[in-house]
Ligand binder design. Structure first.
Ligand code: SAM
Length: 330
């Protein structure tokens, strides 16, 4: 939706590396009409059924619910999801639901207000547009409550675990969401992009996360919902819900990846760790027909050979230029 974000998480868009000039000028970003046109090609002709809106922070796009309503009308789009940091969710949850959004994932890296502020690169207190001062964390938690009240009965909650920074969040989040319908997914800190100065020593493996939770509340593995599911599922043996772990560093799953990503400036990206993408905006803006767009997408998809996560340790893979997470959406 956009490469801009209102947070500055150190693992994605660290505050000291970003200034206004890093971001795309408005004219480079696909309009809602252009997004719908491409989404129609993907869903009508190419078998895509699930659309996810992400960013950057998607809720920064003005009138996002208008786009959601248009996408919800596409006959082939059986699932419409959003990934957000939750900061603007309280104000928008109802409109998004009414427009036809089906599912929401909220990123939440800590339940401690100070740690949360540190992780997301901001002050711990903020003043929402029409309200009292509250912590950043409180705003996100209010966003979660508002989403549930708006009818999103089961949320996913994403937590990136960074060694020495928010490890306490593993048990705190597991405890908070145990016994609710919501599913916390713990994500291994990934070496996406080049700005986060990633070091392998900062990764807490999915196996270690499962071990730590299991020591308190025993877990057992559950079968995937479908082939290509990104998170590995575990349920509490006492029946109080489930968690997921995303192990793209310790156990890469390139072979099952089915995701096509469309950057906010209209590039088709076939891997989270890609160096660049295939430009669809120029053909789109210079009069390509749907059949021509479909042909271009098909040829990129059929030729894809990305498996960065599996090659991670190889020197050529490590040294190359890469797209940033906020450009490809996570
Ligand atoms: N702004 C939205 C949000 O915060 O959810 C959507 C975009 S964000 C890039 C999507 C997801 O990517 C978030 O859950 C975020 O935590 C995750 N993410 C970003 N950088 C990451 C990294 N280096 N390793 C693992 N996950 C990362």
């Amino acid at each position: 939706m956009t490469d801009r974000c209102n947070f500055r998480c150190g693992y994605c868009m660290p505050a000291d590396s970003f200034e206004e000039s890093h971001f795309l000028p408005h004219a480079e970003i696909l309009s809602f009409e252009e997004i719908v046109r491409l989404a129609r090609v993907f869903t009508a002709d190419l078998g895509v059924a699930k659309l996810r809106l992400t960013g950057g922070e998607p809720l920064l796009r003005r009138e996002l619910s208008k786009l959601v309503a248009w996408l919800a009308e596409l006959p082939g789009a059986s699932d419409l999801a959003l990934t957000t940091n939750g900061f603007l969710l309280a104000e928008q949850a109802r409109a998004l639901r009414e427009a036809g959004l089906r599912r929401i994932t909220v990123s939440l890296d800590s339940l401690d207000p100070f740690e949360f502020a540190r992780m997301s690169g901001g002050d711990e207190t903020s003043v929402p547009p029409r309200g009292r001062a509250q912590t950043r964390l409180a705003r996100v938690l209010e966003g979660i409550d508002a989403a549930v009240a708006a009818g999103f009965a089961q949320l996913k909650v994403n937590c990136v675990v960074v060694a020495g920074q928010n490890e306490g969040a593993v048990l705190a989040l597991a405890e908070r969401f145990r016994g609710t319908p919501h599913i916390v997914r713990f994500i291994e800190y990934m070496d996406v992009g080049t700005q986060n100065h990633w070091r392998s020593s900062e990764v807490i493996s999915a196996a270690e996360i499962v071990r730590r939770i299991s020591a308190h509340w025993p877990l057992e593995p559950v079968d995937a919902n479908h082939r290509g599911e990104v998170a590995r599922r575990f349920r509490y043996r006492d029946g109080r819900g489930e968690i997921g772990v995303i192990s793209s560093v310790s156990q890469p799953f390139c072979g099952d990846c089915q995701r096509a990503r469309l950057s906010s400036d209209g590039r088709l990206v076939t891997c989270l760790f890609a160096q660049s993408g295939f430009d669809l905006k120029h053909p789109l803006r210079s009069g390509a027909t749907d059949a021509e767009l479909r042909g271009q997408i098909e040829s990129v998809w059929e030729a894809r050979s990305d498996r960065y996560s599996e090659l991670r340790a190889a020197p050529p893979a490590r040294s190359r230029r890469r797209l940033e997470m906020y450009q490809v959406g996570g």
